[in-house]
Design a protein around this ligand. Structure first.
Ligand SMILES: C[S@@+](CC[C@H](N)C(=O)[O-])C[C@H]1O[C@@H](n2cnc3c(N)ncnc32)[C@H](O)[C@@H]1O
Length: 489
């Protein structure tokens, strides 16, 4: 089939293009194509951008902003962060228009959704390697693409190991004037995590009903339901109130939640208490449910939790304007959304990664959460430097780094502070390391330098190495970044 197409090609260039297409695309059992990343002859590595990085306090946390294609950012992160990321949040570009330069150069196969899925697949494979066993990955996605992206997530994360859930987020309040008569007011947040290891936290349980009027040594309690849907003869019996001699049996179609023996124990322990005086329509005893025995102090996370005006798109747009910045995409996400998502993990000493960071909302959300609860969270943001009319120097230089600098230090890079946000908020503190993705030939020296000279092991959390150790470390780690994803362990 491929050779037939090549034979019929009009010229040499077309024949080469067809051959490339036929060999770089892999048909999988699924219904979309997987396109492997182009592999060059260079090693991509982190190079610190000293002008954009800043250190306010050596004792404080240092966060990271990586500028460049997130495929290489993820490959490099996999050197030091395998299994160490607790929360991944991504908000990928949805269509060819949003993918701009990126789609044109890398994925110009004309089918928008294919572009998105082809681009996401290798990145999700890498993201999975970075995610800790007890971690969770969230992905914002619009209504049009969610079904397809969900299938891709199922393929990468596996439906068996990971619990999948989709949350609905309310994106706008307006009624809209869609010709079809529909008003799409929501997008989706996909969530994947290991159901055996992770329990997501919803809103805090309301303990108003728990009190301790009888000084029970087990603490606060509330009156619980003593019946159960399933049971047997041993849990279906009469309970006689010793004071009134009135009899209780389980409600119709139900059983007691305990056997006769357990009932005795509960009475002795004071967990079941007989009433002395009570109306005829009431049960003759109280079955105490203790606050201390609650499995979780939080309600489960409701799939409509985010269907709330707090999480609207317009809030994200406002937040960016408060730091006097604007991005080309219509709606950066609101920090409220990212804060809530991070908080569902109920851990404060964690690493959060966003590899489609855009304007840097996730960074600000992490910093604000730490400020609010004294947490020790650090973020790693990756964004390319896509240039648009609004951001002629690229989003990373014009928006992401500037936003982080402003909210962390209270000042712009030029030392001025003429933005609304700082009038109402104290700077959020901490330090920022900004890395660019640089490249070096993997075989020869350029300007007298080889990969062993230019790669800085300290940017990967290593201590300075001896030349011998460095060669070994570079060979073991960086030459892997040249390989096809499928070849990697
Ligand atoms: C929808 S926006 C994310 C918005 C972000 N959640 C916020 O609140 O600002 C997607 C971003 O990912 C960036 N992007 C697209 N493809 C990328 C890639 N391969 N590597 C890094 N960044 C990429 C785009 O430039 C864009 O800024």
């Amino acid at each position: 089939m491929l050779s037939k197409l090549i034979k019929n090609a009009e010229n040499k260039e077309e024949a080469i293009a067809i051959a490339e297409l036929g060999t770089t695309y892999k048909r999988t059992g699924f219904h979309f194509d997987k396109k492997l990343e182009k592999i060059g002859s260079t090693i991509k590595y982190f190079k610190k951008n000293n002008e954009l990085s800043f250190c306010q306090n050596e004792q404080s946390k240092t966060h990271k902003l990586i500028i460049g294609d997130n495929y290489y950012a993820l490959l490099n992160l996999s050197i030091s962060y395998k299994g160490k990321i607790d929360v991944i949040y991504i908000d990928p570009p949805y269509g060819k228009d949003d993918m701009g330069e990126f789609a044109d150069t890398n994925y110009n196969n004309a089918i928008t959704r294919d572009n998105l899925l082809s681009m996401l697949y290798p990145r999700l494979v890498l993201a999975k390697q970075l995610l800790s066993d007890e971690g969770v990955i969230f992905c914002s996605i619009d209504d049009k693409n969610q079904a397809y992206v969900k299938c891709l997530f199922d393929e990468v994360f596996g439906e068996n190991n990971f619990v999948f859930n989709t949350f609905f987020r309310k994106t706008k309040t307006s009624t809209g004037d869609d010709k079809s008569g529909l008003n799409i007011q929501h997008d989706h947040i996909l969530a994947y995590f290991n159901k055996n290891l992770v329990q997501l936290k919803g809103s805090e349980k309301d303990y108003k009903g728990y009190k301790n009027p009888d000084n029970d040594p087990n603490g606060d309690w509330t009156s619980g339901d003593p019946s159960a849907r399933s049971g047997s003869d041993s849990t279906f019996f009469e309970i006689i109130n010793p004071y009134t001699k009135r009899i209780d049996i389980p409600p119709k179609g139900r059983y007691w939640a305990f056997s006769k023996e357990t009932l005795k124990e509960y009475i002795e322990q004071g967990r079941i208490v007989f009433k002395k005086d009570y109306p005829t329509n009431e049960r003759g005893f109280i079955f105490k449910r203790y606050k201390s025995s609650l499995k979780s102090t939080f309600n489960p996370l409701d799939s409509l939790f985010f269907a709330n005006n707090v999480f609207l798109n317009e809030n994200g747009k406002d937040e960016l304007s408060f730091v006097n910045l604007d991005s080309n995409f219509d709606y950066p996400k609101p920090t409220s959304l990212i804060k809530q998502l991070i908080n569902t993990l109920n851990k404060q000493d964690i690493v959060i990664l966003d590899f489609f960071a855009g304007s840097g909302t996730t960074g600000q959300a992490v910093l604000e959460l730490n400020k609010e609860d004294g947490g020790n969270r650090t973020f790693i943001l990756c964004t390319n430097n896509e240039k648009t009319d609004v951001n002629p120097n690229g989003i990373a230089y014009d928006v992401t780094s500037k936003r982080l600098k402003r909210v962390m230090t209270g000042e712009c890079y030029d030392g001025t502070n003429d933005f609304k946000w700082i009038k109402k908020n104290p700077p959020l503190g901490d330090n920022l390391d900004v890395y660019e993705i640089a490249e070096v030939s993997n075989s020869e020296q350029s300007e007298g330098k080889s990969a062993f000279d230019v790669i800085d092991e300290e940017l990967y959390g290593e201590v300075k190495m001896t030349p011998k150790d460095k060669i070994k470390w570079v060979c073991e780690n960086f030459f892997a970044t040249q390989k096809y994803l499928e070849d990697r362990k």
